[in-house]
Write a protein that binds this ligand. Sequence first.
Ligand SMILES: Cc1cc2nc3c(=O)[nH]c(=O)nc-3n(C[C@H](O)[C@H](O)[C@H](O)COP(=O)(O)OP(=O)(O)OC[C@H]3O[C@@H](n4cnc5c(N)ncnc54)[C@H](O)[C@@H]3O)c2cc1C
Length: 317
Amino acid sequence: MSGDGDIVDLFVIGGGVNGAGIARDAAGRGLSVILCEKDDLAEGTSSRSGKLVHGGLRYLEYYEFRLVREALIEREVLLESAPHIIWPMRFVLPHSPDDRPAWLVRIGLFLYDHLGGRKRLPPTRTLNLRTAPEGAPIKDAFMRGFEYSDCWVDDARLVVINALDAAERGAKVFTRTACTAARRDKGLWSVEMRDGRTGVKTTVRAKALINAAGPWVNDVVNRVAGQNSKRNVRLVKGSHIVVPKFWEGRQAYLVQNNDKRVIFINPYQNDLALIGTTDIPYEGRPEDVAAEESEIDYLIKAINRYFKRGLTRGDVV
Ligand SMILES: Cc1cc2nc3c(=O)[nH]c(=O)nc-3n(C[C@H](O)[C@H](O)[C@H](O)COP(=O)(O)OP(=O)(O)OC[C@H]3O[C@@H](n4cnc5c(N)ncnc54)[C@H](O)[C@@H]3O)c2cc1C
């Protein structure tokens, strides 16, 4: 703690990638930190992500050069610091002239290769999908493709090692412990947490409070902190489907959909493929979220436009 009795510098609500990362960063800067997570670390969105450490190739189209550059630089940092859970992956992008012209894709990939000080990952190359083995699962109508680098990560472990490192730097990390109330009191936050196993409630005072509750962010603002904020966060759902892997090799694929969105088709575990995402507004409770039938159909349709395999609903695991 900070030496002011039971006052901590920072109280973090939520043990996802944001909460754990913030706790680690703050503890590393010498701040006293408490993190509480109502379930287990990474039990929320952070174990259900696309599992990529990437710069966000598609954001270049929206002129988000700075965002992409920062993400690419961070990709190198992460690859350097946690190579046991983050590894390079090649992505094959079959070119579809109907969606984006080849020159635009080429410029995007050139920038992607050069914006972020890429050191360890191989550069982009052009593929003849008729002759390259990576083109074998792709329909004959798609003759040309591009292959570029990004990284795959074990997302839940990334959260856990951040939380462990935060704890090693002095942070107190409580799992199965919900933050149940937070109020301003004499210039500080008075924060109540409840141990889900024993039911015991503890109150601590904190100089700053971080709401890293992911999709529960509104619940923390409204119910836990008792605020009537007008700035409601809009939730968006991005669903994946898992199917048996239907191509040879370790590469992933990225396809452009008719609606200009891109869909990732990534090798997952040993013999599965993780396909996603959708992107639709969501208004329900975070714990009730599930892929809708229409989302599954949307993903299957996008895949079947490009791949010979012809996925059906029966393939979805
Ligand atoms: C490796 C990785 C790669 C990613 N790649 C992408 C990407 O390419 N593109 C993209 O857009 N996003 C990406 N994401 C982001 C991801 O999909 C989510 O946006 C992200 O995981 C959200 O993290 P979070 O910590 O904010 O929320 P969560 O992981 O949902 O964590 C919030 C936590 O708060 C806890 N909580 C809620 N209420 C309370 C309470 N009252 N008291 C205590 N605890 C509470 C929940 O139980 C939950 O564990 C990636 C994430 C990871 C980890």
